[in-house]
Write a protein that binds this ligand. Structure first.
Ligand code: ADP
Length: 360
């Protein structure tokens, strides 16, 4: 029989289509725990969760994102950030079982589609009940919380109009509303947020981070997201795409389209000779640029429609991915005549998981 001795809410999970994001809140003051056994197990779990950076073969703790001395429900403590592929859920549950986690935890706060999909497995395998929250409610709560508790949470790109020199700079997001929120996970959701409890989902696209990784794997044989990004960093999409200058020989002056603009993504790849001369790196770069620019275009149209000038991009597609962030910053700036601003947040993919702890 499990005991509810781990201070609740202590663990929040966002079980997404690709990655499971887990946030663990470790209170500063040691609490009083029922029996000796419980105290021992709890200590073990804490040690396990907070001392390791790897969990099994595929889990990782993002140490650089850890938030110290923050307050949740009037308790001070540390927030730890852990992620693993959702496809590894069964091994994660076995690991949790072997660490005795199920003995101490009765409830975990959960969001994302997997909170529904894996609810029964959590109950069956580790006797844990999921307390479910809507993922967009959780996402917004998490974003507002993180920005209040971490003054360097929000940033933009300085000199966005020149990608070769654009650079991260801190943005003061203390007056956030209104803003467009673009969550780039496996797929993409776009929200208009006008107040803490005033938001709507206005659009989305299925061409998201999952599409990038899927297409890139098909085209280059890469096996991880990190590898896909590394390939993309060394490649040149102009060998793959058809540019305005490939069609016009220069700029399309009448409508102000520069020759360097992509006219047709992958538009050179119908030619056998061109196909023979592109590298894996070029294909990876072209895939990244195609997906990113498409998201940027949709986001910009949403911002214009809603008459909102701040566009916040989150989601794990942006993890270790400055190419896409700089491209989005450039696209927002250039195509809006400097009226729109692209913003980014350090805890990129973790806001849903944070939010569940706050909603609990
Ligand atoms: P979801 O909730 O749909 O899983 P995320 O916000 O976690 O969405 O983002 C998933 C996307 O993040 C993937 O489609 C991929 O583009 C990117 N990504 C970043 N890091 C990884 C990783 N280690 N493994 C797989 N995908 C990753």
């Amino acid at each position: 029989q499990p005991h509810p001795h781990l201070p609740v809410p202590a663990i929040g999970v966002d079980v997404g289509g690709t990655l499971t994001k887990l946030v663990y809140f470790e209170p500063n003051d040691e609490e009083e725990y029922g029996g000796e056994l419980e105290a021992k197990v709890l200590k073990n779990i804490r040690r396990y969760l907070t001392k390791n950076s790897a969990y099994g073969n595929t889990g990782h703790r993002d140490i650089h994102l850890q938030m110290n001395n923050v307050e949740i429900h009037n308790k001070k403590g540390t927030l730890h950030f852990i992620r693993f592929p959702t496809a590894e859920m069964s091994s994660f549950l076995q690991l949790a079982k072997s660490k005795g986690m199920a003995m101490l935890l009765t409830t975990v706060c959960a969001t994302g589609g997997g909170a529904f999909k894996f609810e029964e497995e959590f109950r069956r395998e580790v006797n844990i009940r999921l307390k479910k929250f809507d993922e967009l409610d959780a996402l917004i709560k998490g974003i507002l919380y993180a920005d209040i508790h971490n003054r360097s949470e929000c940033y933009y790109y300085e000199n966005a109009s020149d990608i070769s020199i654009s650079q991260k700079a801190r943005f003061d997001f203390s007056q956030p509303y209104p803003f467009i929120l673009v969550n780039i996970g496996s797929g993409v959701s776009i929200l208009a947020v006008r107040g803490a409890n005033d938001y709507k989902r206005i659009s989305g696209t299925s061409l998201g981070g999952g599409t990038f990784l899927g297409l890139c794997s098909l085209l280059t044989g890469c096996t991880t997201f990190e590898e896909a990004i590394q390939l993309a960093t060394k490649g040149d999409h102009t060998k793959v795409d058809k540019l305005v200058r490939d069609i016009y020989g220069g700029d399309y002056e009448r409508f102000g389209l520069p020759g360097s603009l992509v006219a047709s993504s992958f538009g050179q790849m119908n030619s056998r000779e061109r196909r023979a001369s592109v590298s894996k790196e070029d294909l990876a770069n072209a895939t990244l640029v195609t997906i990113t620019n498409n998201i940027g275009l949709i986001a910009r149209m949403c911002a214009v429609n809603e008459k909102i000038d701040k566009v916040v991009f989150v989601g794990n597609f942006l993890r270790v991915n400055p190419i896409s962030m700089k491209l989005l910053a450039y696209a927002m700036d250039y195509w809006s005549n400097h009226t729109l601003k692209a913003l980014f947040l350090e805890h990129e993919g973790y806001f849903g998981a944070i939010g569940t702890l706050l909603l609990a």
